[in-house]
Design a binder for this molecule. Structure first.
Ligand code: AHM
Ligand code: MG
Length: 341
């Protein structure tokens, strides 16, 4: 391309509309003519909820949204008013989406099955508000989702097996980050894309630099709740000590306590997030289906890794809906190192 042509193209791009979710999927669909538009439809609906949550998060200080409902959820955790609203909104959009046959939420004990129809092919797992204990103090939080093809017969209601599939079966996974800006990061198994919510037009748009995000192969950040160190297995202690003191690339600690925000920072900068098993709690804290598996899918698609210490997270087949698992996720070098310890 001549200099003149390059300048013309740059000028044209400057004047063209940014790529939004629909346009991005139209382009993706052109490469996959067999696609039905189902994922576009589900992601568009999920992003409608995220816009609403983003608005609530941004205006919480001037509305009566902070604080708790006084209830305790299935995980034994206090439910915030925003937890409840976010959960209800996700349920509402999924219920009316023609491609969704059922859903399961971190906030609910069991999954929900919709009446069967030939068109409904997918089930959705979601954590409506992750890291929500940070919300009252204006610290970043997120929502996480994973989409699977149902394995049960389309003529029947979905059943528990549909929700207990191996992470390898995810067709799409992602998160919304309500941070200094609101972002959607997702993968459908063909790279990782990061959209930013443009509040002036109310649309998620895709900057060129967030197409096919790659996590740096090596990182200098470790993220772990160091306050729990007395409950760690000695190997975890040794690993963290090593990261801090090694000669090449000694690591700094960065920990927000919101998985989405901690993972997102490490995705862009390189590093490792660890939520290990603990003495008396070998399964750790994070939920396999609605937290670890979607994050692991994104990490792998970005060139990183995710393990529970012994197994690849995506290979784990959950035995129960709210099963927890240890997780180590991030840059390849740091995650591989963990498995050596
Ligand atoms: P939540 O879904 O109930 O908000 O809990 C999950 C959160 C994660 O976002 C975060 O990584 C972790 O809990 C932090 O836990 P801790 O406070 O024990 O460090
Ligand atoms: Mg969560």
């Amino acid at each position: 391309m001549s200099i003149e042509q390059a300048e013309n193209s740059r000028e044209r791009n400057k004047n063209s509309l940014p790529v939004n979710i629909q346009e991005h999927f139209r382009r993706e669909q052109a490469l996959h003519p067999e696609a039905t538009g189902a994922l576009t439809s589900i992601l568009t609906d999920l992003s409608r909820v995220a816009k609403s949550i983003s608005y609530l998060v941004n205006t919480a200080g001037i509305k009566d949204i902070h604080g708790t409902t006084g209830e305790v959820n299935v995980q034994g955790e206090t439910v915030l008013k925003l937890d409840e609203r976010a959960n209800e909104q996700f349920k509402e959009v999924l219920r009316s989406n023609p491609y969704v046959a059922g859903f399961a939420s971190e906030e609910e004990e069991s999954f929900v099955a919709f009446s069967p129809s030939e068109k409904e092919k997918y089930i959705v797992w979601f954590d409506p508000l992750d890291g929500s204990s940070n919300f009252d103090t204006n610290v970043s939080i997120g929502s996480i989702f994973a989409i699977y093809k149902r394995i049960s017969d389309v003529k029947d209601l979905v059943n528990e097996k549909d929700f207990l599939q191996s992470g390898c079966n995810q067709v799409c996974a992602g998160y919304f980050l309500y941070g200094t800006s609101t972002m959607l990061v997702y993968t459908a198994g063909n790279g990782v894309y990061g959209f930013t919510l443009d509040p002036s037009v109310g649309e998620f748009v895709l900057p060129e630099s967030y197409s096919r995000i790659q996590i740096p192969e090596k990182g200098k950040i470790y993220s772990i709740n160091e306050g729990n160190s007395s409950k760690w297995n000695p190997n975890v202690k040794n690993y963290i000590d090593y990261l801090k003191t090694r000669d090449e690339d000694p690591c700094s600690a960065r920990y927000i306590g919101s998985l989405v925000a901690d993972f997102h920072r490490n995705l862009l900068k390189g590093g490792v997030f660890v939520y290990p098993g603990e003495i008396g709690k070998p399964e750790g804290k994070l939920r396999l289906c609605c937290e670890s598996k979607p994050i692991a899918f994104i990490a792998e698609q970005a060139g990183g890794m995710a393990t529970d210490g012994n197994n690849r997270i995506l290979d784990l087949v959950p035995r129960s809906l709210h099963q927890r698992s240890p997780i180590v996720v991030g840059s390849k070098r740091e995650v591989e190192l963990y498995t050596e310890f």
